[in-house]
Design a binder for this molecule. Structure first.
Ligand code: PEP
Length: 248
């Protein structure tokens, strides 16, 4: 089944005007494959700059976060309407750094995802287990719980991309093995078959995230349920282009 290969870049709270410009300049100068969808998520302060400097048709700009309500008295938040005002069409939700550090609940993340979709954004929904949960052998239960909070209130998943990001692999240099990632992605897709239906589950893209780099990305090439990557650290470096080209 032909799911379009997708590579997301999550800059987190890294960078300056100059470094974000230089990452975008590098992408602009690269010969990117037309069949790969790319979404880069700079810090919110640099979203407008990124929209104006990006010249690649296959690259979109996304936010790292969005609120669960319309604009108003919500100090420090960013609402979906403001993202759309800047021509931003994507956002992340549920990143583990927000789940674990900011303590966002499954329900809050589901609400934010719903609000973003209702307003017309597409969403990269991040899920994944901690090391402790992995040791307890409950990886798929955790992913199912995080997904179920969303499927409880969202029926149309056509504008969602799921990013499976085991927390123990994020920023540690210890990527999941391609076999382990494939097994979990298959389990996630099987779960989605039961909850959102065969058709939507077959179409949805499931990205792997966690210490992906320019070297290991091609090791996932033959994994049927790994439809792309969400990349943190390496998205700030020129090797991001190698990840984008890793399926060629
Ligand atoms: C991330 O934060 O989404 C991520 C995958 O980080 P890294 O690639 O640095 O592990």
């Amino acid at each position: 089944m032909g799911r379009q290969f997708f590579v997301g870049g999550n800059f987190k709270a890294n960078g300056t005007k100059q470094s974000v410009s230089s990452i975008i300049d590098n992408l602009n100068k690269s010969n990117l494959p037309s069949e790969v969808e790319v979404v880069i998520c700079p810090p919110s302060l640099y979203l407008d700059l990124a929209v104006h400097e990006n010249k690649q048709k296959t690259v979109s700009i996304g936010a790292q976060n969005v609120f669960n309500k319309s604009c108003g008295a919500f100090t420090g938040e960013i609402c979906a309407e403001q993202l759309l005002d800047l021509n931003i069409n994507w956002t992340l939700t549920g990143h583990s750094e927000r789940r674990t550090i900011i303590k966002e609940s499954d329900e809050f993340i589901a609400e934010k995802t719903k609000y973003a979709l209702d307003k017309g954004l597409s969403v990269i929904l991040c899920i994944g287990e901690t090391l402790d949960e992995r040791k307890q052998n409950i990886t798929l239960d955790v992913c199912a719980r995080q997904l179920d909070a969303v499927s409880k209130i969202i029926k149309d998943w056509s504008k969602i991309v799921v990013a499976y990001e085991p927390v123990w692999a994020i920023g540690t240099g210890l990527a999941a093995t391609p076999d382990d990632a494939e097994e979990t992605h298959k389990g996630i897709r099987d779960h989605l078959r039961k909850t959102i239906g065969e058709d939507q589950a077959e179409k949805i893209r499931i990205l792997y995230g966690g210490s992906v780099n320019g070297k290991n990305a091609k090791d996932f090439k033959d994994k049927a349920n790994v439809d792309g990557f969400l990349v943190g650290g390496a998205s700030l470096k020129p090797e991001f282009v190698d990840i984008i080209k890793s399926r060629l």
